[in-house]
Design a protein around this ligand. Sequence first.
Ligand SMILES: Nc1ncnc2c1ncn2[C@@H]1O[C@H](COP(=O)(O)OP(=O)(O)OP(=O)(O)O)[C@@H](O)[C@H]1O
Length: 895
Amino acid sequence: MSFHLEENGAERGVDSSNGICDQDAQCREDHDSEATYIGNDRHDVFELKQGSFADLTGTKIMELIKSNCLDNASSKSLFSVASRILDECVERGNTDISHRMACLLGKVLNIIERQMSAQAENCRNQNSLIKSREEKFQSRIEVLETFAQGVSEENEVALRNLERMKAVKTELEEERKVEERDMLKMKKDMDDTNAEVSMLKQELELAQRMHEKQHLELEAESSKTVALLEAKVKELERNLEDSRKKVIELEEFSLNKRHRWKRKEHKYQGLIEFQVGALQGLRITSESMRKEVLKARRRHSEELHYLGVKLKGETYNEIQELKGNIRVYCRIRPFLPGQSVRQTTIDYLGENGELVVANPSKHGKEGHRLFKFNKVFGPATSQEEVYLDTQPLIRSVLDGYNVCIFAYGQTGSGKTYTMSGPNISSEEQWGVNYRALHDLFQIAQDRKNSIQYEVAVQMVEIYNEQVRDLLSSDGSRKRLGIWTSTQPNGLAVPDASIHSVKSTGDVLELMKLGLANRAIGATALNERSSRSHSVLTVHVRGFDLKSEDVLSASLHLVDLAGSERVDRSEVTGERLREAQHINKSLSALGDVIFALAQKSPHVPYRNSKLTQVLQSSLGGQAKTLMFVQLNPDTDSYSETISTLKFAERVSGVELGAAKSNREGREVRELMEQVASLKDVVSRKDSEIERLKSLKVTPIGEKRSSSTSLRLGSSSPRRHSLGTPQPSRILRMSSLSDKAASDGDNYSEDSDRHSDVGPRHSVDGLGLAGDFHPPLSMVGMALGQDNTDDVELLGLGDENSEEMLSDISDSGLSMGTETDGSIGSVVEYTLFPETVKPAEKSANLEKPAVPSKLPKPPQNPPQPSRLTRSTAKVPSSSRKSIAGASFSARPSKRWQ
Ligand SMILES: Nc1ncnc2c1ncn2[C@@H]1O[C@H](COP(=O)(O)OP(=O)(O)OP(=O)(O)O)[C@@H](O)[C@H]1O
C-alpha cells in the first residue's frame, strides 16, 4: 500500500517496505510541512502541507477520518493530525472533544495497530523470505563449495590437459611451422618448376623449329636416298638371282654331304652299338669278377678255417699246383624230376673238395670212402658257379696256354649238362663251352688295343674210333684223318672244317649244327645217351701289337662218352661194339694220364683217337681240367666208385708247369728264313730223287699200289678251301711192314718227341687265309728226321676209312707213319688249290719210296708254292670255310 504526500505539487510515494526509518523521516517532514488535501474527488490522496493540519478544522478532519482518507496516511501525519485536534480543543476549551478525540484516537490506534501488524507480518514474511533465501543461499554455497571442489579437481585435470594441450599445441605449432616451411619450399619448387616449364616450353619451341627444319632437310635427303636405294634394290635383285643359283648348287652339295654324313652316322651308330655291347660285356665281366672276388673271399676264409688242420695237405696241394697237376672238379648231378627212389650215395660234401661216398649195402666205417679233389660241386650248384671256377683257365688260353677241359662220368651223370648245358637258347643254362667262348670274345675285346685275336673253332666227334667232322656244312660226316705228331696248336684233325668265329652268336649257330650232327642213340641207361666223344677245339691266335709276338693256343672242350662198364649197359651187337670202343678210348686216356703221372718215357697217345686228338693239351705244358660227373643214385654206386677212383688217380698227375706258346718276331723271321732255305734244299732233293727214280723205273711201268706215295684225289679237301680239293692222303709203301717192325718203338720215338719237342706255334696249319702256319713248324719239321715228324692217317675216301678203322682197331696206328716231310704236308694243307692238274698227275705218278729211308723221297713241293707259304699267299687261296675267313687282318701283319 502506498501513501502519497505531495509537497509543492510533487507526489511523494512511501513504500511500506521502507520501514520505520522511512516513516520517521516522513513524520519529520510532515511536522515541518503543511499537509494539503488536493481536490475533493480524490479520496485516496491526502496532501499535507507544512502547517496545513493546523489549518484544518475539526470538521474537516472528521470528514477525512470518515472518508477513510487517512487510512493510508503516515503515522507522522496522523500523529500531527491528532496533535492538531488536541491543540484545537485546548484552544477552544471545548469539552466535548474527548469523544471525538477518543474516536479519532481509536481510529488512529487501529490504523497504527493495523499498520504495525502489517508491518510485523511484513517483517515476518521478510524474515522467512530472508531465511528461506538464506537456506537457499546456504545450500547454494554448499553446492558451490562441492562444485568448487570438483572444479578444483577438474581444474587439475584440466591443467594437466592444458599442459598436454600446450605440448600438443607446441608440436602442432612446430608441425605447422614445418608445413609452412614445406609449403614455402613447395612454393619455391613450384616456382622453379614453373620456371623450368617455361624454359622447356621455350626449348620445345626451339626444338620444334629445328625439327621442322631438319624434317625439311631429311625429306629432301630421303627423296635422294630413295632414288639411290631403288638403284641398289635393282642391283640386289640381280645379286639375289645369282645367289639363288648358288643356293641351288649349295643345296645339291649339302644333300650330297648329308648323305655322306648319314652314312657316317650309320657307321658311328654301329660303332656306338658295338661299344654299348662291349660295355655290357664289361659289365657282365665286372659282375662275374665281383662274384669271383666274393667267391675267392669265401674260399679264402674257408681255407683259413681249415688251415690249422689241413696245413700239411694244403702245402702238398700248393706244390702240386706249382708242378701244374691236372685239376679235378667233381660235380654231383641232382636227382631228376622223374626219379622215384631218391637214395643218395653221397654222404658228405666238404667245402674244401672232400667227398664221402657211402656204400648202400655196407654200414659203418667200411661202407664209407673219402675222396678229395680240387673242388666238389653239390647238386644245387648252378652252371654259373661251376664256370666261375673254370674261368681262369679261359683267360690262360688267351695268354697262349693250351688248355683241355673234359667231362668224365657214366652215362646220364651230367657231362653234356656241364659242358654244353641242357638248353643253349637259355643263357643262364649255358654250359662251360658257351661261357668259355663268350668270355674269350669278351677278353679279346678288352685287350684289342694291345693284342688282336682271331678265334676259330672245330668240332669233331670220335665214334667207334673214327673221327667225324660235326661242323661240315654239307652234312656229310666224313671220317677224317688226324695228326699224330706234336700238335702244340691242337690242330689234330686238319681235315675237319675250321670256322672263324667273331661272336658268341657265331658259336651258337655252329654248336647247333654240331649237336644236331652228333651221334645220339637210345640205351637202357639214358635215352639221349651219346656214345661218342665230342671235341670242340677253339683255336686262338693273338698278335701282340707292341712286341709283335704271336700267341697261339688251343682250348679243347671234350664231352666224353659214358664211362660205364659194358655189362651194365645191357647192350649187344652194334651197341656193344660202340661200348667197347668207348671203354677202349677211355682206358687209353687213363693210360696216357698215368704214363704222364709216372713220368714214363713212353706216353701212349696213339692208343686211341681220343688221346691223339687231345695230345697237345694233355702234354706236360698244357693246363688240364677234368670234370668228374657223378650220379648220386644208389644204383650207380659201383660206377660212382670206379669213376671216383679214376678221378683220384688223375688228380695225382703232375704235368709240370704250363708254358705259354709265345713266339717272338725275330725268332719267327729266322724260322721263316730257315724254312725257306730248307724248302730249296728239299726241292732240290726231291728233284734228284725224281731223276733217280726215272733212271731206275722204266717209264710207263705200273707201280705197285702198296709202294706208291699217292696223293688221293677223291677225298674232299678242307672245307675252308671252298672247292673239292685233291686228297692229301699219304699212304706209305710199307705201312703194315713198318707197323709190324717198328711197332711201339716208333710210337715211343714219336711220342717222346711229341713230349719234348719245341712248342712252336703251327697255327697256320690247314687254316685258310692269313692264319697260315708260322714257319717254325716247317723249319722244325725239316730240321729233324722226317720220318719221325709226322704221321698222317687221314683217309679221304671210303676205302681209306675202312683201312684207318682196321689199322686203328688192330693197334696198328703206331705204324702208320708217312715218309712224312712236314713240308709237303704243310704245303698241301695250305695251298692245295695251287696244285695244277698236271702237277697232280705228276705227283701221283711218283715212284714209291721206302718210308724209313733217312732221306725219304718227298712229294715234291712246287717251289713257288712253298715260297708263298712262307711269305705271300694269294688272296684267292685264302678263302675261308663257309665264307668266313679265319683272319680278317691284313696278311702283312702276320708275316
Ligand atoms: N647239374 C644238373 N642239374 C640238373 N639236371 C642235370 C644236371 N646234370 C645233369 N642233369 C640232367 O640229367 C640228364 C642227363 O644229363 P646229361 O645228358 O648231361 O648226361 P651225360 O653224362 O652227358 O650223358 P651221356 O653220357 O649219355 O652223354 C639230363 O636230363 C640233364 O638235364
